[in-house]
Design a protein around this ligand. Structure first.
Ligand SMILES: C[S@@+](CC[C@H](N)C(=O)[O-])C[C@H]1O[C@@H](n2cnc3c(N)ncnc32)[C@H](O)[C@@H]1O
Length: 286
């Protein structure tokens, strides 16, 4: 994650405490704002109180008896001038014109949600948009090619994802596609063919099925970035599933294997009370 570069640069410079004024005490958010909005570090001591200690750095706010080694503010120095280029999340909008108006709106919303996902782990420089849309400071380009290990995330891909495949890739190409009711079957495969993406097309499954795996591209981006950070693939998928995704998966499994699987399903899918009640009420209506 980007914040580890921020904290190690601070330590390298001999700073172990930072006065952050009114900012949120979160090293990742501070690092992103430094790269995106021209904030940074000024060597100036300021009194405050420690509100958080993270990664060996004390974050101070307000007034208090502790003195910081430096402060964080607009116009300060960017201390990560050369942040890592990888991992890179590429969203390709090559099928945008095949979408209806509502799908286009949702695609744009998901594009901005993808930027927020990337910023949770890295920053805008780790995102590329292929198409005609500006999103934060992500690179916008009309075509994309990569020499780094790359995969295309495709629900109909011929390779099944596992942690090794995801962690072995540096670049993740996603289709910037929202298709209501999955009406555009094989859309990602078509996009890859149209663009000439000659990279493995990888599908994410959950215990052998794509049922319940969220199909929003911002959520798939979050899954791969979580796995890159060391999380297990199954845990990463479950953490981005909505309640409706969980209900759909549980009903699918009950349909295949009977109601006796319910307790185990609730457990492995980490179903909360709401999901349990939604499943029970759907089953009672059958
Ligand atoms: C709504 S999906 C597009 C679905 C479209 N019906 C298709 O057949 O490709 C949007 C994007 O999310 C990603 N995606 C969604 N589900 C996925 C899965 N199970 N495995 C891999 N990628 C997935 C892909 O990059 C895809 O282009």
């Amino acid at each position: 994650m980007l914040y580890t570069y921020f904290s190690s640069r601070l330590r390298e410079l001999g700073y172990i405490s930072l006065h952050i004024g009114r900012e949120t005490p979160d090293l990742q958010k501070l690092a992103v704002k430094m790269l995106v909005k021209g904030y940074g570090i000024v060597e100036e001591r300021r009194e405050g109180i420690v509100v958080k200690e993270s990664d060996g750095i004390k974050l101070l706010k307000s007034k208090g008896s502790e003195k910081s080694d430096c402060i964080y503010r607009k116009g300060g120095k960017n201390i990560i001038p050369d942040p890592p280029q990888y991992p890179k999340v590429v969203v390709d909008l090559g099928l945008f014109n095949a979408l209806d108006e509502e799908e286009k709106k949702k695609t744009i919303t998901q594009l901005f949600m993808t930027l927020n996902v990337v910023r949770k782990f890295w920053w805008d420089g780790n995102m590329v948009v292929v198409g005609d849309m500006k999103v934060g400071k992500a690179v916008t380009t009309s075509s994309f090619k990569s020499d780094a290990p790359t995969i295309v995330l495709d629900p109909y891909g011929d390779v099944e994802a596992d942690e090794k495949i995801i962690r072995g890739a540096d670049v993740f190409i996603l289709g910037g596609i929202v298709d209501k009711g999955r009406r555009l079957k094989f859309a990602t495969s078509e996009l890859a063919r149209k663009r000439g993406y000659d990279y493995p097309r990888v599908k994410i499954k959950l215990r052998g099925s794509t049922v319940g795996v969220p199909d929003e591209f911002n959520k798939i981006a979050e899954v791969v970035l979580r796995v890159k950070e060391g999380e297990g693939l199954e845990d990463a998928v479950i953490s981005v599933m909505s309640k409706a995704d969980k209900v759909a998966r549980i009903l699918h499994d009950v349909n295949l294997r009977g109601v006796e699987v319910l307790p185990e399903e609730f457990k492995w899918l980490k179903a909360d009370d709401k999901v349990v009640n939604m499943v029970k009420s759907k089953l009672n209506k059958l």
